[in-house]
Design a protein around this ligand. Structure first.
Ligand SMILES: Cc1ncc(COP(=O)(O)O)c(C=O)c1O
Length: 423
């Protein structure tokens, strides 16, 4: 494994990329692969648990520091104009961010990674690949903020969003038009935990030259790798499982194709939604235990989901690990475990009855977000999905009493006891 930094950095100016965005908007088939090697190590040969700790990471060349330093600088010294060590200005390049991008690219088996100030900033950059008049077809059961970004921001600039069921890849084709330029998949979906067949949808998209992006936040790269299933882009709110400790907000895109990644680097540099080096450091540190945390959280979630079944107050429990879940067999093929999210709604389907439970848990903290070591409980209708109109959310089963659990890595017996007393 190389011990030297492995960056072939792009120019701050990057005008050549502007050309490709303008003249070749979304024809991913004609994109050529360029070499922007993120790492000279053998990242593809390492097993996942080794990649989390080593991929893209090398001791700091100036001091030998084993942990990636936080390069808290906005600019870099130049010996003469243009004579520098590959770094000019920190919106464009930062070594801490670059180590994280290299690590994430390896975890998702991508050609390159690009980190952003948040998960939504990452999605925003992907939408900026499109032009007015283009259409986005997205899962109809998705994070409320993703829905809001398409409908409230990009529709004003001439994009059109369609939010459709994607559980049947052949049925789903009816929603595609010649203007469809992006398919946005979220799986497992938030908060209904439906499973979308990434491979089948990407096959349909590829045949029509449509770009595909998968929000892999709920699964994390430990459970699912959409690029291996045919997706062009994978997106993470690294705020969640990747960071894993609820102490930072960050987003990431990993691209299968280096040229497409360069277009996103250009958009990022032009628009400016970069993460700070401290946040990159925190996510790098979080990732080192990703496999351990997610494994334990999945095991806890499985026990919790089963314990909720048949409770007299509960109407339905949503968890892809149940054999009668419509996406169970697909989840078994597509994921390595069923995830650590569990949703359920109540027989008395009111906000008031949900609130009684939401305010009674002691270990499950009532809070937005997910994917941290600590267990959280949330009320999607009023919190994460408050921006989706009630009639829209009811169509997918997101009822007024739906409660979402992000199961953490505490002792499961304590978690079970907490839910029992709250219910
Ligand atoms: C599935 C999913 N995607 C994207 C996001 C947005 O990420 P961020 O909050 O980092 O902008 C979230 C946030 O909750 C999410 O749950």
């Amino acid at each position: 494994m190389s011990r030297l930094p492995k960056v072939q950095l792009l120019n701050n100016n990057r005008d050549e990329i502007v050309g490709s965005v303008e003249h070749n908007p979304l024809d991913v088939n004609t994109l050529q692969t360029t070499s922007r090697p993120l790492s000279t190590d053998d990242k593809y040969k390492m097993k996942f648990a080794t990649k989390t700790i080593h991929a893209g990471i090398a001791p700091d060349p100036s001091t030998g520091a084993v942990m990636t330093p936080i390069y808290q600088t906005s600019t870099y010294a130049q010996a003469a104009p243009g004579d520098h060590q590959g770094y000019e200005y920190a919106r464009t390049q930062n070594p801490t961010r670059h180590a994280l991008e290299a690590n994430l690219a390896a975890l998702e088996n991508g050609a390159d990674g690009i980190c952003f100030g948040s998960g939504l900033a990452a999605m925003d950059a992907i939408l900026k690949l499109l032009n007015a008049g283009d259409e986005v077809v997205a899962t109809n059961d998705l994070y409320g903020g993703s829905y809001r970004l398409i409908t409230k921001i990009y529709e004003r600039f001439g994009l059109k969003g369609h939010f459709v069921p994607m559980y049947d890849a052949t049925q789903f084709e009816q929603y595609l038009t010649p203007n469809t330029k992006l398919i946005w998949i979220e799986t497992p979906t938030n908060p209904m935990l439906n499973i979308v067949d990434i491979e089948a949808i990407c096959k349909v998209a590829k045949a029509r030259g449509i770009l595909t992006a998968v929000d892999n936040t709920f699964a994390s790269p430990y459970l699912q790798n959409p690029l291996d299933l045919g997706a062009d882009l994978v997106v993470h709110s690294a705020t969640k499982y990747l960071g894993g400790h609820s102490d930072t907000v960050l987003g990431a895109i990993m691209a299968k194709d280096a040229e497409l990644a360069q277009r996103l680097h250009f958009i990022q540099n032009a628009s400016g939604a970069v993460p700070g080096p401290m946040d990159c450091f925190l996510v790098l540190r979080g990732i080192k235990t990703l496999h351990l945390r997610v494994q334990r959280a999945c095991e806890n979630a499985e026990k919790i989901a089963h314990s909720l079944l048949g409770h007299p107050k509960i109407n339905k429990v949503y968890y892809p690990g149940f054999t009668d879940h419509p996406g169970h067999e697909l989840a078994k093929r597509q994921m390595r475990h069923f995830g650590a999210m569990v949703s359920f709604d109540l027989k008395e389907d009111t906000l008031e009855s949900a609130t009684k439970i939401l305010t009674k848990t002691e270990l499950f903290t009532l809070a937005e977000s997910l994917g941290g070591v600590e267990s959280l409980i949330g009320h999607p209708a009023s919190m994460t999905h408050g921006s989706i109109p009630r009639e829209e959310r009811l169509k997918v089963g997101l009822t007024d009493s739906l409660i979402r659990l992000s199961v953490g890595v505490e002792d499961v017996d304590d978690l079970l006891a907490d839910l029992k007393q709250a219910l």
